[in-house]
Write a protein that binds this ligand. Structure first.
Ligand SMILES: Cc1cc2nc3c(=O)[nH]c(=O)nc-3n(C[C@H](O)[C@H](O)[C@H](O)COP(=O)(O)O)c2cc1C
Length: 166
């Protein structure tokens, strides 16, 4: 069972969360807003996907931001977690999809095993907290400048996750 966690304050992220859910097709995938999520929700799912945009020049949106201290107290030891993030490389080239990196740090602290890394090829930006060794620690989507690329990226990412989440 897979749980996709996102904040209901982030409307485009919520749309992408739905697309990710649809791309999994037959498999059981629940959408959970972090505003309503408690520890047992994170415990309940064998596999977790966390979705976030980046706001405020390199910060997490509400309510992920408020949840960060609590996230690091979760016991996600050995649990496979994948992250997707929305950002804007043209307007925020120094903080592109930083939210992915911020969530990655908190989830790793809780013991999660991150998966679903993707190549930074094709993106134009200066700096990103999401980048480690030439890869993003998740799926980066720029819905502001490249909405037309999103569907294929989501499909490919979910295909790769299907091999991981089993
Ligand atoms: C005030 C503001 C600040 C933003 N800061 C960043 C940023 O630091 N880095 C980035 O990649 N995108 C940034 N963005 C772009 C958003 O992440 C992007 O538009 C995203 O698609 C919004 O998704 P949402 O509706 O789910 O929040 C910012 C957008 C706004 C309006």
């Amino acid at each position: 069972m897979i749980g996709i966690f996102y904040s209901k304050n982030t409307l485009r992220t919520a749309e992408v969360a739905k697309k990710v859910q649809e791309a999994f097709g037959e498999e059981a995938v629940d959408l959970i807003s972090v505003e309503e999520a408690w520890k047992n929700e994170f415990d309940k799912y064998k596999y977790i996907i966390a979705g976030t945009s980046t706001w405020f020049d390199g910060e997490l949106p509400d309510y992920w931001d408020e949840l960060i201290p609590e996230l690091s107290t979760l016991n996600l030891k050995g649990k496979k977690v994948a992250i997707f993030g929305l950002g804007n490389q043209a307007e925020y080239p120094d903080n592109f999809v930083d939210g992915i990196g911020l969530l990655a740090a908190a989830l790793k602290k809780a013991g999660a095993v991150l998966t679903g890394f993707t190549s930074t090829d094709g993106y134009v930006y200066n700096k990103s907290l999401a980048e480690v060794n030439g890869m993003f620690e998740g799926l980066a989507l720029d819905m502001d400048n490249e909405p037309d690329k999103a569907d294929k990226k989501i499909r490919d990412w979910v295909d790769s996750l299907k091999n991981e989440f089993k």
